[in-house]
Design a protein around this ligand. Structure first.
Ligand code: G3H
Ligand code: ZN
Length: 309
């Protein structure tokens, strides 16, 4: 018997298949951003260790640094060699041209992000982009965003984010754009406060709002800004209807801290793979622990009402 969320042989399973199966199991799918091959190796190592499916994300900035086609080629090669369920998302894509570029490069999903625009304009540009990327790959997963959860997977001085997404906005947006999954504002925020990095504070989500949005939208839901979220809130958010969880800053913090330590260990060490090996390992531990948390079925959706009361 396989563990919950465990899946092999990606050649016969699309990202949509995986999400449908995980939803039935009340499990979440981890999405982890990568800027370079050290982070990519860490995520792949975590998938090999846990045998759990994963989405690798590259934002516009991360894709620019990595190379769009280069990132797609590396992920494809990892997937083929290991036969593990590794998917690729063009995260926070702010233009039609960049979405088309990612779809043509073979990305499995695009996070179409016009959330900074007024609602009607967001609808129009998201719809146009959904149609364009589906014309390139009918199986591609198109995500749309509404609401303000701040920008940047960085360490921040003050909290960001604006008003929460309403269930009615979610319903209208999904209906008008035809997206496959929606990223709402439900108390989440991109990045971490210093107190969160120190483990003194946690993000808390509006679980009741997630339930209401799930009911109104009727599509997969993505939680952005996952870093620093309280573990119990993650579990309850999945039970309330969240399907994909984005984590980035936690990986960047582990990358930076372990790189500092590795460099400090020996001031005359100049062999990159000796310096970077412990960095891969530290980031892998963060990814593995989040993946295991997201697949734990400790809260059933029908129990969530009492959980959020
Ligand atoms: O799209 C990326 C994520 O939403 C990451 O957010 O840096 O707060 O984990 P985070
Ligand atoms: Zn995000």
């Amino acid at each position: 018997m396989t563990a919950t969320g465990t899946l092999r042989n990606t050649s016969t399973n699309t990202l949509r298949d995986v999400l449908t199966r995980l939803e039935k199991e009340r499990a979440g799918l981890g999405h982890f951003n990568v800027s370079d091959q050290v982070l990519l190796k860490a995520v792949v190592a975590a998938v090999a260790e846990t045998k759990l499916p994963v989405v690798i994300g590259g934002s516009e900035g991360e894709r620019e640094f990595f190379g769009v086609r280069q990132l797609a080629a590396l992920v494809k090669s990892e997937r083929e060699e290991s036969d593990l369920p590794i998917f690729l998302n063009a995260d926070h894509t702010h233009s039609l041209a960049k979405a088309i570029e990612a779809a043509k490069a073979g990305f499995d999903a695009v996070t179409i992000d016009f959330s900074a625009l007024p609602f009607e304009e967001n609808v129009a540009r998201t719809k146009e982009t959904v149609e364009a990327i589906r014309a390139i790959n009918p199986a591609i997963l198109a995500e749309g965003e509404i609401g303000d959860i701040g920008t940047g997977s960085e360490i921040k001085e003050t909290a960001q984010g604006g008003k929460l997404t309403t269930p009615e906005e979610a319903r209208q947006f999904v209906e008008a754009t035809g997206i496959d999954n929606l990223a709402p504002a439900v108390g989440n925020m991109h990045g971490m406060l210093k107190s969160m990095v120190q483990g003194k504070a946690k993000k808390h989500l509006d679980l009741e709002r997630i339930s209401q949005i799930k009911q109104a939208a009727g599509v997969f839901l993505t939680l952005h800004g996952g870093s620093g979220t309280d573990d119990e809130h993650f579990r309850k958010a999945i039970a309330a209807g969240i399907n994909i969880i984005h984590i980035n800053t936690e990986l960047r913090v582990a990358w930076r801290e372990s790189l500092d330590k590795s460099l400090a260990r020996d001031s005359i060490e100049v062999v990159p793979y000796k310096i970077l090996r412990p960095v891969v390992d530290s980031v892998k531990q963060v990814v593995s622990s989040r993946l295991r948390l997201f697949q734990r079925q400790t809260v059933r959706r029908d129990a969530v009402e009492s959980a959020i009361a």
